[in-house]
Design a protein around this ligand. Structure first.
Ligand code: FAD
Length: 643
């Protein structure tokens, strides 16, 4: 099939820049990927009932774990290596086995690693690594998911037997959604309130055995069941769990920060239960990082498939002439290309996350900053991926609807990423809180003079008609303009949040009430920061590209991300007098013009997206662009010559 695109960019270099953070492990990842692909039955399991799917998934996990590469210790020793191994599982394109491994290794094992001590490591790591015990992470309850501080499960310390007595005191305290646990799990890290001498010491974590690892019999004092059919992730056995006077030995308390000694004394290294909770949660940032990596990876593949489809599918046209490629319709390229641009920019933000995970554990300040930024990126990327995948499904027409093409399947499997490990609305608040505290620190240092200087700078921009009207195309397309617009949006939104908080506080509201009253702006602040951070990561990545044409094309792609993002936020930029209406119109024209410039390169750009050597069975994602033959093969239409 004739293709009208210019393959003039260096796709290998582009691919290397896209995947820079894990490039060191590329060879190892590919080897592992091949072993898994060749030796393990891969999903997705489209036509099986969910109980069968859970069994098949568990068998896959057992085989993968038996290969011996996944070790809890890698979370600390070499998180990038662990991440590369997880990437090697992607071509199975069934997220359930990956989710089960992550729950077992990172959520269960990682919690023991981070908030347990040497004795816990010695006791559990070997069994976790060879899947002799199967772990789960029991934090959420029916009554509380986002607000974990209010969980109700109690662990009352019994001095006479040196044990915790675990109870689920109400229906709402039932543990819910606990992955790996309804059919196969043997242990959980249980988040519960520690009751010591009648006093509530706040949320602590206790390793709690659930089933006998040999027979899988549930222990007395525990009742357990499945959470039922889900929109996605049906290979994961999510459970509800209740406890009734269930006893666990003192040693099972994960006691890096707070402990009960042999003599029965409670000692905490931290100033308050709230600090303990904060640290416990922030230790689990690796999971959030995975929630950034998965959607970006899958969306990249979906974009590759959809753009290839758009370059092969023809519909309508002038009489007697070849029909038009659907990619030539502005309604197509004006959506596909900005989406590709945004996902590419997110890839660079993801690389920043991967590159900084190890460093972030070196001090409390770094951990706090990293946790906050990753929270914002996780919220933004997971939401973007679902909206984008839905759109791509539609842009591939009926072929997008076929489960063989996996677009809808990916959308459903990734949906839960928006909720698990923290919902967007809650995560944005975590980032904004961090940003406000940082600003307070800055203000303390710079004082009123610094504040006024900043405000005056901002005022000079918005009150300067020359600037707000200035619309020369080279300027609108310059990185400086984009950086300026993104920084302005962040700083202005922060001032607006402060103003609104002060106004509501002046009306007599408590801090929490005024915070909640300002939530829309608070979320906007986190989004503005996340886009600014993403743009900066992307600009750094462009500078690393040495091939001039590739660099030019990548730079244009990032410009498209920036300008399209400004276009989507015209409401803000116009309301704050950053843009005149004429300038806004010129920006929209620049977006269209960038899309047209980039269109001829689109196929070669998506060539640089790793689709695992074409292992993913997306017909329109394969190399010959012939979706008709692929689809015919999939559904059994004979391929011999038709009369
Ligand atoms: C498939 C699946 C697997 C899971 N696996 C596990 C697991 O293995 N272990 C585990 O412990 N948990 C697990 N979870 C639970 C998951 O972490 C929670 O669902 C998640 O934290 C959200 O909590 P929630 O469901 O109670 O939602 P809610 O907290 O009820 O949120 C509902 C809505 O209210 C909004 N909201 C809540 N608070 C605020 C606020 N302060 N400001 C603004 N908006 C707010 C949210 O944004 C959301 O849109 C899993 C969930 C699912 C669906």
């Amino acid at each position: 099939m004739e293709m009208d695109y210019k393959a003039v960019i260096d796709t290998q270099q582009l691919s290397a820049i896209r995947n820079e953070s894990l490039i060191h492990y590329d060879k190892e990842r590919k080897e592992f990927e091949k072993i898994i692909y060749d030796s393990i039955e891969h999903g997705p399991f489209l036509d099986v009932d969910s109980t069968t799917q859970k069994r098949l998934t568990n068998e896959i996990v057992k085989k993968v774990m038996a290969m011996g590469r996944f070790r809890v210790q890698l979370l600390r020793e070499d998180p990038k290596k662990l991440l590369s191994y997880l990437h090697a599982l992607f071509p199975s394109l069934d997220l359930s086995p990956i989710a089960k491994i992550v729950i077992h290794l990172q959520l269960f094992g990682g919690t023991i690693l981070e908030i347990g001590t040497e004795q816990h490591h010695k006791r559990y790591f070997d069994d976790i690594n060879n899947y002799k015990i199967v772990g789960g992470f029991a934090m959420t309850e029916m009554g509380h998911g986002s607000n974990v501080r209010q969980i109700e499960t109690t662990a009352t310390y019994d001095h006479s037997t040196k044990e915790f007595i675990i109870n689920s005191p109400s229906l709402t305290s039932t543990k819910f959604w606990i992955g790996n646990m309804s059919m196969f799990g043997t242990h959980v890290v249980l988040f519960c309130r520690l009751i010591y001498k009648g006093e509530d010491k706040g949320v602590h974590v206790i390793v709690t055995p659930i089933r006998d690892p040999e027979t899988l019999t549930v222990y007395n004092g525990i009742s357990i069941g499945d959470c039922g059919h889900k929109v996605g992730w049906n290979g994961v056995d999510n459970a509800w769990i209740r406890f009734s006077n269930y006893r666990v030995p003192r040693e099972n308390l994960l006691n890096r920060y707070a402990t009960i000694t042999e003599d029965g004394e409670y000692i905490s290294k931290l100033s308050s239960p709230s600090k303990l909770f904060q640290i416990t949660i922030s230790e689990l940032v690796f999971g959030r990082m995975l929630y950034v990596c998965g959607p970006i990876q899958y969306l990249g593949i979906a974009l590759k498939a959809s753009i290839r489809y758009a370059f092969s599918r023809r519909q309508f046209g002038e009489k007697g002439k070849t029909e038009e490629l659907i990619m030539n319709y502005p309604t197509h390229y004006r959506i596909l290309l900005p989406m590709l641009a945004q996902n590419t920019a997110f890839e660079f933000a993801r690389n920043w996350v991967i590159d900084n995970i190890q460093e972030s554990s070196k001090s409390e300040e770094k951990r706090e900053e990293f946790h906050a930024i990753v929270s914002g990126i996780k919220a933004m990327v997971t939401e973007f991926a679902i909206v984008a995948l839905s759109r791509l499904r539609v842009m591939c027409g009926g072929n997008g609807m076929s489960s063989h093409n996996l677009l809808g399947y990916m959308r459903n499997e990734l949906d839960v990423f928006q909720t698990a490990e923290g919902d967007g609305a809650v995560l944005y608040q975590q980032l904004s809180k961090y940003l406000m505290v940082e600003y307070k620190r800055w203000y303390k240092k710079e004082g009123m003079t610094g504040y006024i200087k900043k405000e005056v700078q901002s005022f000079l921009v918005t009150s300067n008609p020359i600037y707000t009207h200035y619309r020369s195309m080279p300027y609108l397309l310059s990185n400086e303009f984009h950086q300026h617009a993104f920084s302005f949006r962040f700083e202005k939104t922060r001032s607006m949040v402060i103003e609104q908080l002060n106004q509501t506080k002046a009306k007599g509201l408590t801090f929490q009430q005024s915070w909640n009253a300002s939530l829309i702006l608070v979320a906007e602040l986190a989004k503005a920061y996340t886009h600014l951070h993403t743009l900066e990561c992307a600009h750094r990545a462009v500078r690393k590209c040495s091939d001039p044409i590739t660099r030019h094309v990548l730079n244009d792609l990032i410009k498209l991300y920036a300008l399209h993002n400004i276009e989507q936020d015209f409401g803000f930029f116009r309301n704050t007098n950053f843009l005149s209406s004429g300038k806004a119109v010129a920006i929209s024209e620049a977006v269209t013009s960038l899309c047209q410039t980039l269109k001829p390169y689109a196929l070669s750009i998506v060539e640089s997206i790793n689709d695992f050597e074409g292992r993913l069975d997306i017909p329109i994602g394969k190399s010959d662009l012939d979706y008709i033959t692929h689809m015919a093969r999939k559904v059994g239409i004979p391929l011999q010559k038709h009369a």
